[in-house]
Design a binder for this molecule. Structure first.
Ligand code: FAQ
Length: 311
């Protein structure tokens, strides 16, 4: 007896009913090409962000002001590398190899978060990165725990556990500096001034300018929009700044009647310039990644020969 293969319409209906029922889509399930492509783009870009994001902080390992802070920073940066690995593995379940993802990064076909193209100038920046950049990342990632693609969702659950420690270690650095000398307080405020707007830009363009949001929300890849997440982030972070005596660098910030904040205009020209590759550190970040990748070729080759790379 021959079985009749389901039609594309039936497969699509089954896919959509799973999404509607909050069921996860798994690698072997049928999925529309656009859904797969969207995930390939978003998850691989997310993975690249984790790995490139190790660079601004990595610069400060040798200059951490105490053994305690050095150990914490080392552990944190190592975690980010691990997050990259979870995410590359999740992306690979969509049928594309890690080598291909890296090649797309190197030729500029794949992006990584704009925020990592700014320099970490001093120790206060390490506080600001943990507090603001990890804080923004978690706001998004908590939401992505409910994403519809199973491997991405499970990677997010693991990552969020570690990311909340990262946010706290950054806030602790800022809080200690605000309890220090006038110069230390000034350094903390200066770091906030430089990282505030790039952190807000991490959430991407406003919803009405965000080309990918509509499909992403329909398929429950994204559970909240860029603007919704950005609002959540500022409402959580501004009281934290005030608690330790820092002031958010936004002359047009408004406190609304419902006790939520509305931020002033974001400099979208700056954002798109950085995304296009013209930020302060784009070239440096990519060159460093290429060099490290080339220098690591022998490790990959040895692992392959030893059979560790075999699927
Ligand atoms: N930077 O249509 P949308 C972390 C691009 S993890 C660069 O709104 P979408 C941990 C976007 O790709 C941080 N490009 O796009 C850590 C699209 O171009 P495409 C990373 C950006 O996907 C902390 C175009 O603009 N987190 O930090 C950015 O719906 C400390 C139009 O935008 C994730 O990746 C940007 N900021 O929304 C590590 C989370 N924003 O691709 C180390 C997962 C937008 O069509 C140290 N990703 N673009 O050519 C997402 O949630 C989404 O992809 C968004 C963008 C929200 C980033």
């Amino acid at each position: 007896m021959s079985t009749i293969a389901p039609s594309k319409e039936q497969l699509l209906a089954e896919f959509e009913s799973k999404i509607a029922a909050e069921m996860k889509i798994e690698p072997r399930d049928w999925m529309p090409d656009e859904y797969r492509q969207h995930l390939v783009r978003q998850i691989s870009q997310h993975a690249h962000s984790e790995v490139i994001g190790m660079q601004p902080e990595g610069n400060w390992i040798t200059r951490a002001p105490s053994l305690r802070s050095k150990k914490i920073l080392l552990a944190k940066i190592q975690d980010e590398g691990g997050h990259g690995l979870y995410l590359y593995s999740a992306a690979e379940t969509l049928g594309i190899s890690r080598e291909q993802f890296i090649q797309w990064l190197h030729v500029g076909k794949a992006k990584y978060s704009s925020v990592f193209n700014y320099p970490a100038l001093n120790w206060a920046d390490i506080g600001a990165i943990g507090w603001l950049v990890d804080g923004a990342a978690i706001t998004n990632q908590v939401s992505l725990q409910r994403t519809s693609y199973g491997p991405y969702s499970r990677a997010m659950v693991k990552i969020c556990k570690e990311e909340s420690f990262h946010q706290r270690q950054g806030y602790e650095i800022m809080w200690k500096m605000m309890e220090g000398t006038k110069d230390q307080q000034q350094m903390a405020q200066d770091a906030l001034n430089r990282w505030w707007w790039p952190a807000l830009m991490m959430f991407g363009p406003h919803d009405n300018e965000s080309a990918n949001t509509s499909n992403a929300m329909k398929w429950k890849i994204k559970r909240e929009s860029n603007d919704q997440l950005r609002e959540k982030f500022i409402n959580k972070t501004i009281p934290q700044a005030e608690l330790i005596g820092l002031k958010v660098p936004d002359a047009n910030l408004q406190l609304l009647d419902d006790e939520t904040y509305k931020h002033g205009d974001i400099d979208w020209n700056e954002f798109w310039e950085v995304v296009k590759g013209n930020g302060p550190c784009n070239q440096q970040r990519l060159e460093h990644h290429k060099r490290a990748h080339d220098n690591g070729a022998w490790v990959r080759e040895t692992a392959y020969v030893a059979g560790l790379n075999q699927k």
